[in-house]
Design a protein around this ligand. Structure first.
Ligand code: NI
Length: 251
């Protein structure tokens, strides 16, 4: 099992971060992609320490919430992208639910990052919330080919548009929620060779721990539910996702 999206620098892990990592390993998590979207000294130090674990890889991006601070973080962000264990740019994208940064700024900063990813030939981890049309138009104009729509919560038609671009679609805890009809349906139409899974921890804990702090070891509940919905074994699914991770992130 691989957790393709974990925010392990979050302060909610300050008391037991190494135990969380150990628990993931003991549960059978083979790789974790740790997402860095904070550029304060503390977060960057934790991130670097996390990357010392063989099985932890990194992604760095300016989150749409912080688009307004792009110029402030740009230099350090570009330096971090050069770290050897960085396998993707992200998360980046558009979020019109929380307009922490104005939509115009979000769009401009998203476009810039897609440009950087394409220059560096890095895959992109995309966050899109309540910004369907703008996100799709920026993405399709960018010519980006290697990307994942992270924590996908859209409808079938939206998923198909991204599949047509060659993208991967990643599902998180909501696929396990009792009342979540949409992701349970949409995951069924995602071809095996385009599917990824993630916790997006510390957010969105799966149904069993809903509302609590999430962590990479809980990815097993997401694999179990996804395997069930796709009518295959967890082992088979783990093999499929590992192959996809290798194709997209090269690890
Ligand atoms: Ni995230």
């Amino acid at each position: 099992m691989i957790d393709t999206h974990a925010h392990l620098t979050d302060e909610r892990y300050d008391g037991d971060r190494e135990e969380v990592v150990k628990r993931a390993k003991e549960t059978g998590v083979k790789k974790i992609i740790c997402i860095l979207v904070e550029f304060d000294e503390r977060s960057m130090q934790i991130f670097n320490r996390l990357l010392e674990h063989d099985f932890i890889f990194g992604a760095v991006g300016i989150h749409p919430h912080d688009a307004k601070d792009y110029e402030k973080h740009k230099d350090i962000f570009l330096q971090l992208l050069d770290l050897p264990k960085i396998v993707a740019l992200g998360e980046t994208g558009l979020d019109y639910h929380y307009l922490n940064s104005p939509a115009q700024t979000q769009k401009a900063v998203f476009e810039k990052q897609l440009q950087i990813a394409s220059e560096r030939n890095l895959p992109v981890i995309i966050h899109s919330r309540e910004a369907l049309d703008d996100a799709f138009s920026i993405i399709s104009n960018s010519g980006i080919k290697k990307a994942v729509m992270h924590c996908f919560s859209g409808l079938e038609e939206e998923a198909k548009e991204y599949l047509n671009l060659g993208f991967y679609i990643s599902f998180a805890g909501p696929v396990t929620f009792k009342n979540a009809k949409k992701p349970k349906e949409v995951i069924k139409i995602i071809p095996d060779d385009r599917l990824l899974l993630e916790t997006d921890c510390p957010y969105l804990a799966p149904q069993v721990f809903r509302g609590e702090r999430n962590e990479p070891s809980y990815i097993k509940y997401i694999y179990e539910e996804a395997a069930n919905l796709k009518n295959i074994s967890v082992d088979k699914l783990a093999g499929i996702v590992s192959e996809n991770v290798f194709k997209l992130f090269g690890t």
